[in-house]
Design a protein around this ligand. Sequence first.
Ligand code: ACM
Length: 484
Amino acid sequence: MIPRPHSVRPEQGHLSIGDSGLRVREDAALPREGYVLDTTGEVAELRGGSAAGLHYGRQTLDRLTTPGSPLLPGERVSSLVPRVRIEDAPRFGWRGVLLDVARHFMPVPDVLKFVDLLAFHRLNVLHLHLTDDQGWRLEVPGWPRLTSIGAWRDESMLGARVHERYDGRPHGGFYTTDDLRRIVAYAAERHITVVPEVDMPGHMQAAIAAYPELGNGFRGGVRTAWGISTHVLNLEPATLDFCRQVLDHVCDVFDSPVIGIGGDECPADEWPGGRELQVAFTAEMAAHLDRRGRRLYGWDEILAGGAPPGAVVAAWRGEEPAEVAIRAGHQVVCCPDVRLYLDYRQSDDPGEPTPVGTLLTLEDVYRYEPPDSPLVLGAQANLWTEHMESLRRVEYMAFPRLCAFAEVVWGPKERDLADFLARLPEHLSRLDAMGVNYRPLSGPRPADARPDAPGNPRTLEDRLAELHEMTADLRGPGESGPRG
Ligand code: ACM
């Protein structure tokens, strides 16, 4: 939630900031997102390492003036502030959340509300997963069929794949360039960077449905089943040109220093040359982004065969790929699925909606700790939305686990779970005031259940064994990895 500041030195009494005001200034000696709030003198003083630091300092000040109150962010009940000197700064510079708007499209107002919720929790990266087999969600000049065809599917799976159920209802939507610029600007005002991802060369069936010449003979529609399509891009010169045009447009719209190209889960079945083709493809995209002054951001599959120098790796297949990325000298964002995938079920209660993945409780998220290395930029919680067709469902899966995650990435390494759980109810009352459909601490309500969309829960043991297989190509021939 709003983590406790790193250093708090209280004194006796209160200061009225209504009468004396608040002196605010930037101070380059502080960490960029850090701040010092001092109400012990005649006049309250707030210094921040940048506009972002001042923003976080103001959040803390709001909190001091509304103790215990379920008021909205920025609202104050009183101008009286306890006398205190607070020094604070986040531990990690990448405090991210992935929102998958490809599996289920989220309208702009929903994305903006989600941005507000990230800002409220001092999270500073929104990774937008914009394209996948099941839908293409951004306009690209010169490629109108990406959105007229690629943004729509005939129906969606209901529940986990094993059940092979469908809802019989069309689904779709896409963001215009103006929509995306609005999201980027709105997020920037809240000190959040939007990191776009266009997943390539796999997870591309929606684009190939729109432009079959990008594929390898597939003639069909946008994928309606969950899971991974074997229909991937061909890697011919014209297709590479398409990818460069898409990335050029993405660079025009998004100011993020890193640009996501995905690179995960790309079956090589349709390629004559096999997997090595992907290594060359990723290197070419990295070179193109470099010409645009950006760095490539890709899933840990790009480590196989060697990721391009300077690439930032999103390490997701368990906890081992982060270590591999660090050993290879790459900056890394840690998002191990078994620790930080918020589409995984929150409890074993039979009333949880569409329970999938391994069990990942609030306490599990709170206890997550990224590896200790200067190459770790931070961590990211991922919200894949196969089973979340609305922002209400996203909120249910995200909160309160994101409250715990916020403390992992901002707060100290040594954390106190009991203290967190004691502070949580007051924070949840604020989420109530903001209309957030968080999962109650007591468990799912009857109406949260989705008997129409059954899940497929997994055991951790089973998933760890699968991850070990999946990441075999990251280990050298003689290495068995940490699992022996
Ligand atoms: C992923 O979960 N396929 C990155």
